[in-house]
Design a protein around this ligand. Sequence first.
Ligand code: GLY
Length: 360
Amino acid sequence: MRKVEVISVNLGRRSYSIYIGEKLSQVGKIVKELGLGKKVLVITDSKVFHYYGETIKKGLEKEDYRVYIVKVPVGERHKSINQAIKLYEKCANCKLERDSVILALGGGVINDLAGFVAATYLRGINFIAVPTTLLAQVDASIGGKVGVDLPQAKNLVGSFYQPRAVLIDTKALKTLPLREIKTGLSEIVKYGIIRDKNLFEYLEKNLEKIRKLETDVLQTIIVESVRIKAKIVSQDEREERGKREILNFGHTIGHSIEAAEGYEGYRHGEAISIGMLKATEIAVAMHFCGSELLLRLQKLLKRMGLPTRIKKMDERKIYRSLFLDKKKKGGKLRFILPRELGDVFICESIPFHLIKKVLQ
Ligand code: GLY
């Protein structure tokens, strides 16, 4: 068995470790090492609980923790303020205290919702993330973005609230549907483009092994992705210094595609796959990078079984949500564009006709 790797997010007193490896059963030891209180509320969904709930429960009870479990129904629509209220009631019924722990066991929805409850209950209690999807392992669980959706848009209410630890177990991916693996891979490709040529090349060379979910290869791509995100978050926790924003490569158009479909047509990583290609098309058209990069990216995403073009949908809906994004960011549409493999920059001066052209 490969050894567990530990990566730090360095944020002074709010620093924390991310453990990557086959570690789920040792959850109790990790919580104990942090010296946290003796009550743990595990927030999960019934699907994930079925696979990993008992392991987590036993792991905590072995170290004398009092464990409470609450299951949230599966799906993005439960990342809501109403669901958060139900969870606050559960926290109150369990008499959680300031030193108690909320542990999120699941994918991105569970992470964001449980993290939001941890950030706000008693003005903030300890939060531990145990992400079980590839996407949540390399993205949502790291960096402290927590929150809930409103009917108007996703993630409108939330906070930056860092976990005390993140536990990533590659074994959890064995039960994940293929489509969920692919959606995670899309974000890993993103890390390659924005920061790490070697990671991109590693993905190109090892795709067969990734498809077979070979533990060693999965651990490598997760470790490298987490390393990149942890470094960026350590430099720009609240997305104020122009560093964390590069994580949004492919997301300007990607988010608009997701929104145009009412978040039901595309999985996040699928929309980002198209968004990354569209951003690269723009960069090629504006001579910031060569067309070889576009072809290489297209080839890798295709081999991964990710979409590379927008299926027939109402273009006006995509424009409308792009404009909403524009309003949010103070009047300008901001894109992250590649210069070469491993290097991107923020660009605000893209002619609208060009955006329109790549979307057609
Ligand atoms: N998912 C982008 C970020 O965490 O900043």
